[in-house]
Ligand binder design. Sequence first.
Ligand SMILES: [Cu+2]
Length: 483
Amino acid sequence: MLKKPKSTLAVCLVLVSTLIAVVALTQLRDTTLAAPGYIEPVAATGMVHEVRLVAAPTTGSLDEGTTTDLWTYNGTTPGPEIRITHGDTIRVTLKNNLPEPTSIHWHGIRVPHAMDGVPGLTQPPVAPGETFVYEFTPPDAGTYWYHSHRRGHEQLARGLYGAIVVEDPTEPDYPIDAVWLVDDWRVDDSGMLDPDFDSLNDIHHSGRWGGLFTINGSTQTRLAAAPGERIRIRIVNTANGRPIKPNFGALDPLVIAMDGLPVAENFPPTDITLAPGNRMDVDITIPSDAEGEFIVGDLLGRSDPLELARISVTGDPVGTPGFTAPVGEVPDWSSAADDPADHNVTISFFSEFAEASREEQDRMLETEEFGEFLWKLNGRVWPDAETLTATRGELQKIRIVNESGQMHPIHLHGQFFQLVSRNDERVTEGHYRDTVLMTAFETIEIVVAPFDEGTWLLHCHIQLHAEYGMAMLYEVASELASS
Ligand SMILES: [Cu+2]
């Protein structure tokens, strides 16, 4: 007697869930825009990695010899590399031994909303002496990084970041698989960090840039490889404001992933500029007759590369593995460049000094009190932010207009997107992103695949711009709520 209602219920549940799936697919706004290739749920392995990260003031060395005051996870900058297999869970206990509140954001990983690490939005700030436990199973394999998401213009600049790699067991095993976290530090002549983290000049321009360049916290990074070796290098730009344009000198790398996810086709990284937040994975085969030092440098705004690190080729040649470099399933959404935008965002800069009368300006100059400098999105300043809304499963296009003379790396939490136009010219990139660099007075259009519910942050990854207002909200609601 009891069985029948139960099985009827089961049939109903199957029908309802089938209906939900059909609705989800038909709600993709434009049938020419295929759903992203990464939304298949990951099969959990059951493995849980316990990690303890202690954020604390530390004294450390960046430049072999000089020491400075840093803020680090577990005593080093970068903090420990977290490396797991796709399907594994990580459980990170953050202990805050800093003199101020903090939090951790898992940049690029589609974590559950409550794990996203944005104080005041997804969690309360973690007060000094307190702990917070982050636990999630990354749905997508790839190269990511973790960093403080509170007062990043100081907490990141003092060293609070590290790498998180989610290895894909279906990808070929590279004999050498390295993560290079690139940073620039502003130090004085004695190697001490410049403590002026709120420089008006930096707020007004492109944030805090420094003259001391490190990879993995050292100016002397060397990667040893044999002739014929095949290497995967995962490059992460962790800088507060400065983009990098990687240059590999005499080597011929191929890009295999951008912002974590595999690219549709491998290509040389010649034209790639990595904004703060961006990642790029490259596949390098060392020629079998190579020997000596190969310089990896930065070509941003210069014709001769600035050295960042070296690949030292020594020893007997090894056989080069013959596997094909990884690629991913990336639908082409560039036709959306011709569609109207679902949302428009305008970036502008407000300066109380510039708005003031001549007399007031004279007074401000005399007292050196220049008033407020603020970065605005649609005329509003965080936390008085506008909310862009999206329905789960409906791809949508956001048009962003930069009315300022500064660059802005725009980062969206919780979802990947594609860049489909720059200055109204269609762009086909063949990869997803979570961060895109806008240059001065540029207009871009992005297509977002909203599949992760919650209210997420969309902000500039120049830490000072975000700190001085440049953040808004992106709310992804369930399709059931709107029906
Ligand atoms: Cu900005």
